[in-house]
Design a protein around this ligand. Sequence first.
Ligand SMILES: C[S@@+](CC[C@H](N)C(=O)[O-])C[C@H]1O[C@@H](n2cnc3c(N)ncnc32)[C@H](O)[C@@H]1O
Length: 193
Amino acid sequence: MNWEEKYQTGQVFWNRGAPSPPMAHYLDQHPAHGRTLVPGCGHGHEVALAVKHGLDATGLDIAPSGVTAAHTLYPHLADRIVVGDLFNPAPAMRGAFDVVLEHTCMSGLHPSLRPSYRRGIDLTLRPGGVLIGVWFINPDLDPGDEGPPFPFSVPALTALFADGYKIVDDYVPAVSFNGREGRERVRVLRRLG
Ligand SMILES: C[S@@+](CC[C@H](N)C(=O)[O-])C[C@H]1O[C@@H](n2cnc3c(N)ncnc32)[C@H](O)[C@@H]1O
């Protein structure tokens, strides 16, 4: 998947132009604290959400044009939204985060890249930290369409984080973007120390 090309040609079909409603609801109900990473942040909406909730947030995205668009949308957050690869994070990001916010980074990745995603979380989230995910489990694909987004079952999510993480919250959210009702799952995992 050439993410940079997608941003350059404006094919950002995943972008809803606002923060994830289930993520906003979760953070309203469960205040989080500390250094926070938003991997695959795209236009930066969840970075803005995190900062609004008092988190010391950094957005990371592999596509420079996505990051440039995020800087234009959220100029006051420009220092916080950077180009980089979750699979090979900069030394300063390793073990540096108390919280990771997942929103449609994972579902954009081909299933073969899921172990790399898991490794990226392991490299950035400190032991004891929390991975707060709005996991896009069941995208509505056209017949014959494979993705992205790629369907991701709840058992596959469980298996991906079966070792080294403990589920601390898990539910189908009552709020969502139009068209994503019942397709997402809020699952929060604590990294074991
Ligand atoms: C489906 S988009 C979601 C963007 C944003 N989270 C949203 O909800 O609008 C997936 C994003 O992950 C980024 N991405 C893909 N692989 C990445 C990697 N290895 N490291 C960092 N970002 C990555 C892409 O550039 C893209 O912006």
